[in-house]
Design a protein around this ligand. Structure first.
Ligand code: MV4
Length: 456
């Protein structure tokens, strides 16, 4: 598919926090000016201070600022921006926002709106995977309209099953059902929750696979040339929130790695994908099987892990693709070198059920040295607002192998100093010191088990 070239001189960043700073860095290196939008709560942020232009678009409440597609587009036009980068979260996977940008003559730095819609509906994404010859978990072919229909599917695939909302993702609108007797109530509850959260309560059913790994494949596509940039293991999650990600995935065989990469490329080619994107998979190490789970049509929080092992600046490539440039890289230019681990440093208190811990950073000292990368918007004296997600920094450590990356991460976590709020850093240091993590034997229930065992 031909994508008309469009010179991008000025980008409006419709996001905040560390990803806004990250996108600004990519723009600067490409000689592109930056317009930074901000809410009233974000007036004193680094992203605003670093930008060429900045404009307040509303109150602290996201629905009155970062989610206001109309105001964001108006700001882009008022500041003569050629393009909008949505980052992740907020409007990044909102197909109608992508369409609105296109209609208003603005380049949306991401995939076409139709592809966002197609892959954002999890049942339709599953159908695309099936059509592209990518393995999917046993389950319903399409959606299930009633609890009875879900019962019929569960009867054929066996329990446990997992009920998922087509409009969900990242674990929202999802229920695990262990036995037939409780399916109907779980179905109604999940559907109601999805309806309330996403405006769509439509559900589908999958066989629930236990003790699996959550492994995702990074994709870059210019609409013609589709590349995979290796995988990231994101199994270390708490309540579907990723805490630690790494690449390569421990224990993934070379055969499985190339099979997953090729499958991800096949699916993206099948749907006409363009930009950066991620194919999320379930890996069943015991059975040496993988299954398509869902696709993220945006840049992800954990993208630096892939940047560290490939040497590719994914955000710059995204912007180049959006300007109509062709990828200069070919698949055999992509080599995974060494090992990278990312820890998300959140303003939360693990000793108090991970309750948010906003407030002023009275002291902040980031680690450094060889193989240490910090992506953050925080600075000494910055006040972490209570209005948004609690991520204050991403600490990424690279090593020649996993042992070196792990040792470096432990050293860097010990060097990190934060006074004034509580963070997850000490908890993460303990998690990474556990035998399970050190052996690379993490599965998706590991973190919950680790927390329970630590609480005893
Ligand atoms: C699954 C699964 C096991 N079997 N689907 C989590 C959010 C979204 N990405 C889909 N997720 C999962 N889907 C089947 N058929 C395991 C996960 C999963 C998970 C589920 C519950 C609690 C934590 C989890 C962490 C990662 C993946």
């Amino acid at each position: 598919m031909k994508f008309p070239p469009r010179q991008i001189r000025r980008v409006l960043i419709a996001n905040r926090g560390e990803i806004a700073v990250r996108i600004q860095r990519a723009c600067r290196e490409l000689g592109i000016e930056v317009v930074q939008v901000y809410s009233e709560a974000d007036r004193q942020t680094m992203a605003v201070q670093l930008a060429d232009y900045s404009v307040c678009i509303g109150t602290a409440r996201s629905s009155e600022s970062y989610l206001r597609a109309d105001i964001v587009v108006e700001a882009a036009k008022a500041f003569n921006a050629d393009a909008i980068h949505p980052g992740y979260g907020f409007l990044s996977e909102n197909a109608s926002f992508a369409h609105l940008c296109e209609q208003q003559g603005l380049v949306f730095i991401g995939p076409p709106g139709d592809v966002i819609a197609m892959m954002g509906d999890k049942a339709s994404a599953r159908a695309m995977a099936l059509a592209a010859g990518v393995p999917i978990t046993p389950g319903s072919s399409g959606t299930v309209a009633t609890a009875d229909a879900a019962l019929a599917v569960a009867g054929t695939i066996g329990y446990p099953v997992i009920l998922k909302a087509v409009a969900g993702g990242g674990g929202r609108g999802m229920r695990i059902v262990e036995q037939e007797a409780s399916l109907a109530e779980h179905f109604e509850a999940a559907s109601r929750e999805a309806k309330a959260a996403f405006g769509d309560g439509t559900m589908y059913v999958e066989k629930y696979l236990i003790d699996i790994r959550h492994v995702e494949i990074q994709i870059l596509s210019d609409g013609d040339n589709v590349l995979h940039l290796g995988e990231r293991d994101c199994s270390s999650q708490r309540r579907n929130q990723k805490l630690v990600e790494e690449s390569p995935s421990p224990g993934l065989s070379a055969a499985m790695r190339s099979e997953m990469g090729e499958a991800a490329v096949r699916l993206c080619r099948h749907v006409g994908y363009r930009s950066a994107g991620t194919i999320e998979c379930i890996v069943d190490p015991a059975r040496k099987r993988f299954y398509f789970m869902e696709m993220n049509t945006r840049i992800q929080v954990e993208h630096p892990v892939t940047e560290c092992v490939t040497g590719i600046d994914i955000v710059k490539e995204q912007i180049r693709i959006a300007s109509g440039e062709r990828l200069s890289l070919r698949q055999d230019d992509i080599h995974i070198r060494g090992h990278a681990i990312e820890c998300r440093i959140n303003a939360e208190d693990p000793g108090n059920g991970f309750a948010p811990s906003p407030g002023r950073l009275d002291e902040l000292h980031f680690p450094g040295g060889p193989g240490v990368r910090i992506d953050s918007h925080a600075y000494p004296g910055y006040t972490v607002p209570p209005n948004y997600d609690s991520l204050i920094a991403k600490l990424i450590c690279w090593g020649n192998d996993r042992d070196e990356a792990l040792a470096r991460m432990q050293r860097a976590l010990a060097e990190l100093r934060v006074e004034g709020i509580t963070t997850t850093a000490p908890f993460l240091a303990q998690l990474l010191a556990s035998d399970t993590f050190r052996q690379g034997a993490v599965h998706t229930r590991f973190v919950e088990q680790f927390i329970q065992e630590s609480a005893r």
